[in-house]
Design a protein around this ligand. Structure first.
Ligand code: P6P
Length: 333
């Protein structure tokens, strides 16, 4: 492979789109990539740790071995917070905002889910880290607040995810296309492997937890009947693919085409997934790849956030497939 492009080099080349950022965005995306390497190191050992029974005990340094999602959370906060580039952070694992110790020079806010789907770790199912970056609304980083975290999704300056699967892939966008990098453990680098990802306009897969069928509204139930009917003219029936790990389901559909639906249910009236840590970053990436992301009626990126951990229904993936699912949700079919 002649053109080995590391994620750091690629991020640097994105800098031309942000002359006003004076390289700061480059530095913080590089920090995120570094944190992803630290998380990967532990995630790929998780099975080993369990087999060796270290989980829940103390390690050689006498430190308690943490649950992996809490470990990932602490690693991301410490690895990124130490450079002072973020004035404020919000984590899916933390109730309130996080003000890094050296935030006086930061111009950005970071929202992240450190390890989404972590309950799948023990059965070796792919899990992921999801992140979202916003510019501060004000000029004084020392006045950074929750308001800098509760911005519309369309205000994101960058977003991405890392999927820890058979290989570890980091995907990100700065609003100039979607690009994927595969980790090469022999050199400890993320190398460009998926340049300018464009998601198909329609696919073959639908991703929804049909075990919750009794909790679905009539629109969702009619959609499921429709997507499973035999009709070669519209490529039906679709195949069901549901891993129960959002990043894994999203990443597959992004590359192959398809739709992921987490609708309103009687158990989760506003949906289960989180707007700030899951829906917004994946919606930014999806739209940049030519896809569509809504709550069944409204564009995800246009939703005005009101709280850090608010949830939303999520219809995301190939544009034509998402529109069909929305039409059933809206009672138009
Ligand atoms: P359910 C994992 O817990 C998660 O947050 C997402 O990664 C995943 O898509 C979803 O929940 C699965 O939820 O209700 O289908 O088990």
């Amino acid at each position: 492979m002649s053109n080995l492009i590391t994620i750091e080099r690629h991020i640097l080349e994105q800098q031309k789109y942000f002359p006003e950022a004076h390289g700061e965005l480059t530095d913080l995306l590089t920090d995120v990539a570094f944190a992803a390497k630290l998380v990967r190191r532990e995630v790929v050992r998780a099975g080993l740790v369990d087999i060796l029974g270290f989980a829940g005990s103390t390690n050689v340094q006498g430190e308690e071995v943490k649950k992996l999602d809490l470990f990932a959370n602490e690693k991301i906060i410490s690895a990124i917070g130490q450079h002072g580039r973020f004035a404020v952070m919000g984590s899916e694992e933390n109730e309130g905002i996080i003000i890094p110790p050296k935030n006086e020079t930061g111009s950005y806010a970071l929202l992240f889910d450190p390890l989404d789907g972590s309950s799948n770790i023990d059965v070796n199912v792919s899990v992921g880290t999801i992140f979202s970056i916003y510019r501060l609304k004000g000029d004084d980083p020392c006045k950074a607040s929750i308001n800098d975290c509760l911005q519309h999704g369309y205000e994101q300056v960058a977003a991405g995810y890392v999927i820890y699967g058979s290989s570890v892939v980091m995907v990100y966008t700065t609003g100039h296309g979607v690009h994927g990098f595969t980790y090469d453990p022999t050199i400890g680098e993320f190398l460009l492997s998926h340049e300018n990802i464009i998601t198909p306009k329609s696919g073959k897969y639908y991703s929804i937890n049909e075990g919750s069928f009794a909790q679905f509204n009539d629109g969702t139930k009619k959609y499921l009947d429709y997507i499973k009917e035999e009709d070669p003219a519209t490529n039906r029936p679709y195949s069901t693919r549901y891993i129960g790990s959002l990043v894994a389901d999203f990443h597959r559909n992004l590359l192959t085409g398809g739709v992921f639906v987490y609708p309103p249910t009687t158990k989760h009236l506003s949906g289960k997934l989180r707007l700030m840590y899951e829906a917004n970053p994946l919606a930014f990436i999806c739209e940049q790849a030519g896809g569509r992301a809504t709550d069944g009626r409204n564009r995800i990126l246009d939703i005005q956030p009101t709280s850090l951990h608010q949830r939303t229904p999520l219809y995301i993936g190939s544009e034509e497939d998402v529109i069909i699912a929305e039409e059933f949700e809206q009672g138009l079919r």
